[in-house]
Design a protein around this ligand. Sequence first.
Ligand code: PEP
Length: 249
Amino acid sequence: TSPRTPLIAGNWKMHGRLTMARELASAVAHGAPAGIDVLLCPPFPYLAPVAVTLQGSHVHLGAQNLATEAEGAYTGEVSGDMLADLQCGYVLVGHSERRTLYGETDDVVAAKFQRAQAAGLTPVLCIGETLAEREAGDTETVIARQLDAVLAQVGVEALQQAVLAYEPVWAIGTGLTATPAQAQAVHRFIRARIEARDGQIAASLRILYGGSVKADNAASLLAETDIDGGLIGGASLDADSFLAICQAA
Ligand code: PEP
């Protein structure tokens, strides 16, 4: 059996209201297939009620972001320890919307990664190139830079307690999906780069694909050797679509 259990993660972003959060979490809790890992990342205010809804299920809870600092006078920020208190096991780090819209640099992302692990959370580190970067032939350079910025800070061993997500920015929320071959090529590049430092860690590291994954394209993406799951935005807001993606894994 593969050392890499498939992981399907839903990133709800800033969508929905409390009633929807409870209903969606409940539907996923009841419908999630056995044998894979399923993760839901609701907005901060709904973490506690969703944690209650997920109790007794095997669905994991995660947050979409965390502070770079452990605690203190940081108005509006949420610490890793606070998320751990709310039963979160995971947290997204470096999502392209955080990088692009909120100016998170590679250094900020590395600090958040480290802070997540210090709080006992598993970071889901998101990396990916923009359309301009891909068209300029810079995909691998960008991926390497984003990855190395974190590894320089935490060391390759830290990847034993982490998940990576390759999310080409041009495919997020656009309806454009990387072809399975395009995605696999980048996943292979990422795993090879980690292999060069530690073969065992590379072999057991889960690398998710994200970017307009839907029920009808999930199976072909997930069939690729180095794709170990999906990070799902839009399609995670509909229980039937999200569960169909889970079934495809
Ligand atoms: C995401 O935001 O992580 C994502 C992959 O979004 P979407 O599935 O909507 O493209």
